[in-house]
Design a protein around this ligand. Sequence first.
Ligand code: UT7
Length: 312
Amino acid sequence: MTKYVKIISSGSYLPKNILTNKELESRVDTSDEWITERTGIKERRVADENETSVDLAYKASLDAIAKSNINKNDIGAIFLATCTPERKFPSSAVLLQNKLNIKNAFSFDINAACTGFVYALDVAKKYIESGQMKYALVVGTEKITSLLDWTDRNTCVLFGDGAGAMIIAASDEPGIISSTIGSDGSYKDLLTVNTDLEYIEMKGSDVFKTAVNTLGKLAKHTLEINSIEQGELDWLVPHQANERIILAIAKKINLSKDKIIITVSKHGNTSAASIPLAFDTANSKNTFKSGDMIMLEAFGAGFTWGSVLMKY
Ligand code: UT7
């Protein structure tokens, strides 16, 4: 059994096309002012028609692998979180494995909607702890704009495409201290893509309230079960759906805004990609110092939720 599991590198990729709030004003009855005030979003990225979630994942993974200084063939498994797979099958994880030309690994997809990356990290941590492998590639990738009804102002202004990845490894020192995941399918209709319609439908204010409530409790619980005082937390890297949700959670754990990584203004809600994208955006600027206490936290359709607490 391996004692600890550590993140050794992160990477990310954003498609080139930027879609601003101003541009959305010509598509639906909305305004830059409304979107900014209610969500904090200013712009988001939109993948090209022929660019898939696996293409985005590939670029983010190359970035993470390059920064890790490991040989890609030492990766024992690929855990890929997405709800916008390239194909119904084979899994996007397998397609990514093929693109990366990694031979000695197994790969599978995880779908927990916006919580997918935290679920994937939880699974990867457990595999590494079991001693089955030393390194794993964990990816969150979405071409979520392919699920948007561009005439529905309730949803089309909120989402964006992107991918983030991490290499995690067995380690002699901590590491991921704890990870917690949960779900409750009774909320299945509040945020969904029905297979007949193939578009995101959301009861926004119900999702908002449950997200704030669930994530507030989860953040407190995560600190409590690890005997971490609120003041000991250096960084919160939350799911980037809405800046108001993020700030409401921070208030519940007395965390000031300068300790929160907020990228929603530039990325929008990238679903399973949002946490690794936000993490890598900060990590690329050397924001995190060795020993920093970092919490990741996500909430998504299902509902699903999860948190990861780690020492960087
Ligand atoms: O990632 C998974 C989790 N997802 C989330 O966490 C999203 C959670 N929900 C939210 O972020 C917010 O609920 C929204 C941003 C979606 C909406 O904000 P809200 O403050 O909850 O607004 P609302 O849904 O209560 O709607 C207020 C008004 C409505 O008009 P009426 O009925 O009051 O006349 C909407 O029709 O705002 C209207 N509205 C818009 N107006 C201009 C909804 N979307 C827009 C828009 N532009 N894009």
